[in-house]
Each structure stands twice: as C-alpha cells, then as structure tokens.
Design a binder for this molecule. Structure first.
Ligand code: ADP
Ligand code: MG
Length: 732
C-alpha cells in the first residue's frame, strides 16, 4: 500500500514536472523569440569587436539571426576536382588533387614565405603561404597526395594558390565529398578584415554549431508544408547555407521564398481585415438630387460599361458602412475622372465634402476647369488650392473647408497640409497616384474623425503581382474599356535622319486643324544640358513653324506656375498649335484635339513614361500618332522598349514588360513602400508562387482570422516575433 502510494506520488510528481516542462517549452515557443538568435553578433567565435562593428555597418548584421538571413551568393562545388593544365583565369576558385613534389621556405623578413609544388597528371601548380609558415611546413610531406582548394591566381600565366585549404587525399575524398561551400556577399572593408565571401561562411558554420532545431521552430502550418512539399524551417536555413546537394539547396530556397511571400501577404491581408473590423466608415445612404440631376441632364456622354461597373462598386462600398479603400486602374484616356466626379456627387448628396488631389498644378488646374464647367448648373461650391494660390484666396478656402461651405476642394499636395481642416470630409480622390507616397495617402485619413472613403486612381497600370504586394490592402477596380470611337494611336520609331519628314508630317496634321506635342527629356530638374537641348529644340521647331502662321507654347519645370499655366491655357484653347515641353505635361493633361506626340530622345524614357506621354494623344475622335525619335545607336534595352511601344497600346502589357525590364525596386511608388524587401523571392520570377502564397493566406484567414487554431499557432507566433523585432529595431 505504502509502496503503491509512493509510486503514485512519484508518478504524480513526474506528471506535474513534465507538465511544467511542457508549459515551459510551450511558452518558450509561443512568446519569447529564440534568445540565442537575438545574441549580438560579437558573441560568435571569430567575431571581434572590430569585425562586429564592420558587419553592422557594412552588411546590417547585428545579431545571429541577421547572419542567418545573410544568404550565400553562390556555392562552390567541392566535389569537382580540376586538372592543373585546364585551370584558366576565369575561374575564381579551384580544387586540385595531386602529389606534393617540393616545399621550401624562401625570402627574407617580410618576403619570407613557404612555396610548395603540387603535381597532377597534367601539370604543376604553386602553393604559397605567408603566415604560419613553420607550422604548415611541418604538416606537409613530400611525395604525399593532397586535395587542395583555394582562390586561383596566375603568375606569368602559371596557376597559383595562396593559403589554400589543404588536406591529405584519401580514398574517401578521392570519390569526392558531397560538399557545396557557400560564398557570401561581402565588401572591400570586410575583406580587409579577413571577412571575404568565404570567411563569412566560416561564421555561418560556427553559428550552426551553436544553434539547434529548437532555435528555429517551424513558422508555417503543417498542412501548408505538406501541401506544397516544403522543407521545414530549420532544414531550409541549414540547407541554404550548407547544402548536402544542389537539390537540397534548391528546395531550401523554394521554402524560404514561399515563407517571404506568405508573411508579406499575411501582414497585408491582416491590415485589411483589421481595418474592416476596427475602422468605422461613413455610410452614404442615398443617391440624391445632385447625382441624379447631373447624371440625367449634364452628363456629356454615355458612360462605358466599365465606368458603370466601377461606379457600382464604389456605390456598394460607400453604402456599406465600412471605409472604402479602392485602387482604380484604367489606361490613359479611359475616363477615370468622370467616375471620380460622380462619386464626389454621391458624397455631396449625403452632406459630405470631397477632395480631389492631383500631382501637379497643371493637372489640378485642369481638373478644376473641367469640373467647374461640368457642374456649372448645379448648386455645388468648388474651390482650387495649390502652392500658388494667393494668401488671400487661401484664407477664404481654408475658411470654407472648415465651415463646410466648400463642397469640393481640388488641388495639389497643398490640400493635405495640416492647416487644411474640414467640417466633414467624406470622400477623397487621389489622381495619378504613383506620384504620391503611401504616407501622403495616410494623411488624408486624419482629416476626419471617421476616415473618408478613398479612391486612388492610376493611369500607370500596375502589374498584378506588384499590385498584390504593394497595394494588397486596397480593393482594386479596373476600367478595361476605352470610350467608344477612339482609334488606337499609331506608334512609329524613327531616328534623327527622319526629322525633316516628321516636321512635314506635323505640318500636314496642323493644316487639318490638329495640334501637336513635342517632348524633350528632362532627366534631372537641374540638368543644364537637358535645358539646352530643350531650348535648341524650341528654336528649331520655331524655324520650321514660323509665326504668325504657327504659334508655339513652351512648358517646362523652370517656369513659374503662372508661366506654365498661361502656356498650357493657350494650348488648351488652341491659340497655339504646338506644345514644346518636358515631362511636366506627362500626367493627365487632356487636349482631345492634339493628334501628334513626338518624343525626342525617346531612348531616355522608361516604358511607363512613354506610355503616359503617348496617352496625351488619341483622346479625341481623330486618328493620332506617336513618333519615337531616337539616336542611331541604341542599347539592347532601349531597342526593346521601342519595340514594345510600337507593338502594343495595352497599358497592362506595357506595365508587365516594364516590371520585367527594370525590376520591382525601380517601379514608381514602390521605393518607399518597404513591402518589396524580399531577400530571395522576386515578384517577377516567382509570380506563380506569389499567387499560391496569396490564396493560401486567404484560405487560412477565412477559416481562422485571428490565427488562434493550434495549427496556425506557429504562424501567429512568428508574427509576434516579427513585431517585437521591428519594435526593437526601432528602439535601436
Ligand atoms: P483618364 O482615365 O486618363 O484620367 P480622362 O478622365 O481624362 O481619362 O478622360 C479622357 C477623355 O475621355 C476626356 O476627354 C473625357 O471627357 C472623355 N471621356 C470619359 N469618359 C467618356 C465616355 N464614356 N465617353 C466618351 N468620352 C469619355
Ligand atoms: Mg486622368
């Protein structure tokens, strides 16, 4: 009995202890990031204070985890044995097997070195040591076979290796070890401290001696690993650095890329879910007097089906009681402005003010003019606010926004300044959004206690993958239809020698009553050369098209807002037939009578810019032309861009190509976003995987939006760690 009781007690205690351990292990997994991985990098053997400093400065490696995420550039295949006579100057590293035929310490003082010769069945190579000479000399034996690995150099076209790795050549290594040695990105400064691409590998190796699987718990749900046959987290890290085979390496990369996409998508979709859950939205109850009256009496044309559909989406969103955050993509000339205007009228009908924000003064002014004319018969008060609004006018505008007498405010960045306060802002339109950063968009939110509905419009179509990553928290509408009667713009590519014919062609078009743009590149606002070219071009155009038969407007960034405005107005009113300018006219400018767009030095423009510029013509019923003028010698890249422009008018196709040619980091609007900071994954090369990650995340969140199920616990956990990490790095 006694024994039974004690046994019971023992078992009981064991149970208690084990559950404590269990809880301990659990909480360790759940709430605290692996302490070892957050250790400062100096805690690693081989990292002195100086090296630690350099690693931080040069590679942003602060902690063990940072080193873990510093992935190799490539691996050297150490299973391959090279023949000495086949070594060439293009190979960085080589591995050679042979017999040691001589060793000798030569030189004096600083020039003192150990020189050895290794011979295989094709030739002889020299091995040199400048340090540790005595010791190396002792371990090397003449007439023994060695396997040597190191960085190749050539002296008098003979191969050499300094400080190679050397080991006896045995039956085992004769068959070749399966060993891919990692080489890491490094910098000159680090190299001068002995941390070249290979030496960093020694640190990684050391790191793996210190950590175990427990330090890198799985962060993806088991079912996802199974479904897509993904390697687990620890193995992936181990195999990307120190793979046992090429296949393992590739699987590791695949898994880590997936993880990057997965968590990026997860945070984007969580932001959206969270917004829908917590942010209140203004509810537009009705379509009222203003909307109906305008729609029935003043609409200058019938809406396209695409426009109608987008309006329905906006109507649904704004009537739902949730805040709308919508991205409206539509190719140049697809009629986004009218969609915006009708939405603004919906807001006004429900007693709310609206803003329409444009990226340039010209564009703001243009919107203001068109919309003022269109709303002339309606009781709405419309005002313009830009950087060049006079102090007096500005005061009136600020007053009117605050007391609610202004219903629609159109303007530039000026309208998001803190001084601009609204009585009840309900709707905000951001036109040609790629010139606005995410931060600027966010400022609009704060203009009202309940954030206004936001419609972001872009005429630079965004490739789907980019939209998913950068704007994934926005809902997306697409106008994929141009107003009827538009003829596609014909694009041709010519070089300098065709200039006279082109001028004749313009003359012909002008004689039909049309207008023309001639655009010069302005790469930098301050570039003197670019301005000189523009002025030279202007004079040239003038000599072809002399006054008073022809009149020319010129618009560029060095003019005052007033000068620009005057020149643009003359062109709008067809007082001038030609507009010579820089890309200040790039976005949005609408002169339907213009039928020719000549782009000078077209090779200097990016694809989306060329497409934008081309979009300035073909806006009326007349046949329009875009002429790309370039020099004779073009880079392959430039030639490709011209070819694409000539080949298609489809903005979405062009955007895809642009992304391929330039890479995601270069796309407008993405630079500040931070959502593209993938270490391994690429939204260009790994499109399919991005889609998979996205749907996977969607499915998970649909079933378990709080990520509380046991299966999703690792995911939730990882998110918490990430948050903790960002908080800390902010503190740091
Ligand atoms: P974008 O989408 O590039 O901003 P705009 O809104 O400036 O295009 O519209 C381009 C031109 O097409 C304008 O002159 C506009 O009045 C006209 N437009 C817009 N919608 C229609 C339509 N449904 N039918 C005919 N013309 C239209
Ligand atoms: Mg527009």
């Amino acid at each position: 009995m006694q024994a039974a009781t004690s046994l019971f007690l023992i078992l009981h205690y064991l149970f208690l202890i084990s559950s404590v351990i269990f809880i301990f292990v659990q909480t360790d997994l759940i709430s605290t990031p692996s302490t070892i991985l957050s250790s400062p990098i100096e805690y690693l053997t081989g990292v002195s204070a100086i090296r630690g400093d350099l690693l931080r400065k040069e590679l942003n490696i602060f902690s063990f985890r940072d080193l873990l995420e510093h992935y190799p550039l490539r691996h050297i295949d150490r299973t391959k044995v090279d023949k000495i006579n086949h070594l060439n100057e293009y190979a960085d590293y080589a591995q050679v097997a042979g017999r040691l035929i001589s060793k000798q310490i030569v030189g004096e003082k600083r020039g003192r070195r150990l020189v050895a010769q290794l011979k295989d069945d094709t030739g002889i190579m020299e091995l040199v040591w400048f340090q540790g000479i005595q010791w190396v000399e002792k371990i090397l034996h003449i007439d023994k076979d060695y396997l040597v690995f190191g960085k190749l150099s050539f002296f008098l076209s003979k191969p050499q290796m300094a400080h190679p790795d050397i080991e006896p050549y045995t039956a085992q290594n004769a068959t070749g070890k399966s060993f891919l040695e990692p080489v890491y990105p490094s910098t000159e400064k680090l190299k001068s401290r002995g941390l070249n691409g290979k030496a960093i590998g020694k640190l990684t190796q050391e790191l793996f001696n210190k950590i175990s699987e427990n330090d890198l718990p799985e962060n993806l749900p088991e079912s996802v690993l199974q479904q897509y046959k993904l390697m687990n987290s620890y193995d992936a890290f181990r195999q990307i650095h120190l793979p046992v085979s090429l296949n393992h390496y590739e699987q590791a990369v695949r898994r880590l890329k997936f993880e990057e996409f997965f968590f990026a998508q997860l945070s984007i979709q969580l932001i959206k879910l969270n917004r829908l859950k917590t942010v209140k939205g203004i509810k537009f109850e009705k379509l009222g007097e203003l909307f109906n009256s305008f729609y029935n009496n003043y609409l200058p044309f019938a809406l396209t089906n695409a426009q109608k559909n987008v309006l329905k989406e906006i109507r649904r969103d704004t009537g739902s009681g949730k805040q709308m955050n919508r991205l409206l993509q539509g190719d140049v000339g697809s009629g986004k402005t009218m969609v915006a205007l009708l939405s603004i009228l919906m807001a006004a009908d429900n007693g709310y003010q609206s803003v329409l924000m444009a990226p340039t003064e010209i564009l703001a002014q243009q919107h203001y003019n068109t919309i003022t004319a269109q709303l002339e018969q309606l009781p709405v008060n419309l005002k313009l606010l830009t950087g060049s609004t006079s102090a007096k006018e500005r005061k009136t505008v600020l007053q009117g926004c605050e007391d609610g007498t202004i219903h629609i405010l159109i303007g530039t960045h000026a309208i998001i300044e803190d001084k601009v306060v609204f009585k009840n802002l309900g709707f905000a339109v951001v036109d040609e959004q790629h010139k606005f950063g995410v931060a600027q968009r966010a400022r609009l939110w704060k203009k009202s206690s309940v954030p206004p509905h936001i419609l972001v419009m872009t005429a630079t179509p965004i490739p789907r993958t980019l939209a998913l990553t950068v704007y994934g928290d926005l809902d997306c509408s697409i106008i994929d239809e141009l107003p009827p009667g538009r003829q596609p713009v014909t694009t041709i590519h010519r070089n300098e020698s065709a200039r006279p014919q082109i001028m004749d062609f313009i003359k012909e078009q002008l004689s039909l009553g049309r207008q023309a743009y001639i655009i010069y590149p302005l790469i930098e606002e301050s570039s003197k050369l670019d301005y000189e070219n523009l002025m030279k071009g202007y004079d040239e155009v003038k000599s072809f098209f002399p006054e008073p038969k022809f009149w020319i407007s010129m618009v560029h960034g060095k003019q005052t807002a007033e000068q620009k405005e005057t020149n643009m107005q003359r062109f709008f009113k067809a007082d001038t037939q030609i507009l010579v300018g820089t890309t200040v006219i790039e976005v949005g400018v609408n002169v339907p009578n213009a039928s020719v767009m000549v782009i000078e030095s077209a090779e200097k423009f990016g694809l989306s810019q060329l497409h934008q510029l081309r979009g300035r013509v073909g806006r009326g019923a007349d046949k329009s032309y875009c002429i790309l003028l370039t020099g004779n010698k073009l880079s392959n890249d430039a030639r490709e861009r011209m070819k694409i422009m000539v080949g298609t008018n489809d903005g979405f196709k062009i955007a895809e190509k642009d992304l391929e040619l330039r890479g995601p980091g270069e796309m407008e609007g993405t630079r500040q976003s931070g959502t593209l900071d993938f270490k391994l994954a690429s939204i260009v090369d790994d499109k399919a995987m991005l889609e998979v990650a996205r749907t996977t995340v969607e499915q998970i969140l649909e079933k378990d939006p709080e990520l509380q199920s046991p299966e999703n616990l690792p995911v939730n956990n990882h998110l918490l760690h990430q948050k903790a990490k960002t908080r800390w790095s902010k503190v740091g």
